[in-house]
Design a protein around this ligand. Structure first.
Ligand SMILES: Nc1nc2c(c(=O)[nH]1)N[C@H]1C(S)=C(S)[C@@H](COP(=O)(O)O)O[C@H]1N2
Ligand SMILES: [Mo]
Length: 213
C-alpha cells in the first residue's frame, strides 16, 4: 500500500470514528469515572418493563413511618414546595455512566424537615408506581444533592425516565433512585428493596464498586 493510500485509509477511519461519536471510554484512575464504568452520551432506560401512566390529578406522594407529621401530597402541593436544581453524574450498575445530568425538584431535606422523623428513624424505604422499591440509609439521603426530581434538562421528566417524579441519589448507583416515586417511609430497621433482595449491594457506592452483595 502506498503511503498516500495508507494515510487516506487512516484518515477515513478517524472520520468514521468521529462520526460515530467515539471517545475514550476509560478515564485514568482518580478521575471522574468510577471503577469499571464507561461513559455514555445517550441516556439508556432501565425499568421493570412497565412505565406506569399516572395522571397528575391522581398522583400522590405519601411520606410516613417514624415521622411526627405524615403527609400525602398532591401534585400541586408537592410542586409548591421550594425547588432546587443540581447537576450530577449518573452511574448505572450495568457499567454506563452519564455526566452532567441537570435535575430540578424538591430536596430530600425539605421533605425531611416537613415530616420530622423521630430519632429512631435510620433507614428510608422508597416505593414506586410500577411496584419497584429500594432502600437507603437515612444519612445518605440527607446529602444536599439528593432530590425528588420532576425536571430533567429543564424539561418535565419524561415518563421513561421516571416521570412525573423520581428520586436522584448521585453518590450511589442509580438503582437506589426510585423512578415513578409513590411513597417514602422512615424506618428504624433496614428493609431490602427490589434489587437488594435479588443480590444487589445494600450500600451501592460506585467508588467502591459495590455492585453485588
Ligand atoms: N420505579 C423504578 N425505579 C427505578 C428502576 C425501575 O425499574 N423502576 N430501575 C432502576 C435502575 S436499575 C436504574 S439504573 C435507574 C435507571 O434510570 P433511567 O431509566 O432513567 O436511566 O432507575 C432505577 N430506578
Ligand atoms: Mo441499574
Amino acid at each position: 500500500m502506498s503511503k498516500e493510500r495508507y494515510i487516506l485509509a487512516k484518515q477515513q477511519w478517524a472520520e468514521k470514528q468521529t462520526a460515530r461519536g467515539f471517545r475514550p471510554r476509560i478515564e485514568p484512575a482518580g478521575g471522574r469515572l468510577p471503577p469499571g464504568q464507561r461513559l455514555t452520551d445517550g441516556f439508556p432506560v432501565l425499568d421493570l418493563g412497565v412505565q406506569p401512566d399516572i395522571p397528575l390529578a391522581e398522583w400522590r406522594l405519601t411520606i410516613d413511618g417514624l415521622v411526627e407529621m405524615p403527609v400525602c401530597l398532591t401534585w400541586e402541593e408537592f410542586n409548591a414546595l421550594p425547588q432546587v436544581s443540581d447537576t450530577s453524574d449518573f452511574h448505572c450498575v450495568t457499567t454506563w455512566s452519564k455526566y452532567d445530568c441537570r435535575w430540578t425538584g424538591v430536596a430530600f431535606t425539605t421533605l425531611y424537615e416537613m415530616v420530622r422523623p423521630t430519632p429512631e428513624a435510620r433507614f428510608v424505604y422508597f416505593t414506586s408506581y410500577d411496584g419497584y422499591s429500594t432502600n437507603v440509609a437515612l444519612e445518605q439521603c440527607l446529602s444536599d444533592d439528593v432530590l425528588i426530581a420532576t425536571t430533567f434538562e429543564e424539561h418535565p421528566l419524561p415518563r421513561e425516565h421516571g416521570g412525573p417524579a423520581r428520586v436522584i441519589i448521585p453518590k450511589l448507583y442509580a438503582w437506589k433512585g426510585a423512578k415513578f416515586i409513590k411513597g417514602i417511609s422512615f424506618l428504624a430497621e433496614d428493609k431490602l428493596g427490589f434489587w437488594e433482595v435479588r443480590g444487589y449491594s445494600n450500600s451501592a457506592d460506585p467508588w467502591k464498586e459495590e455492585r453485588y452483595a
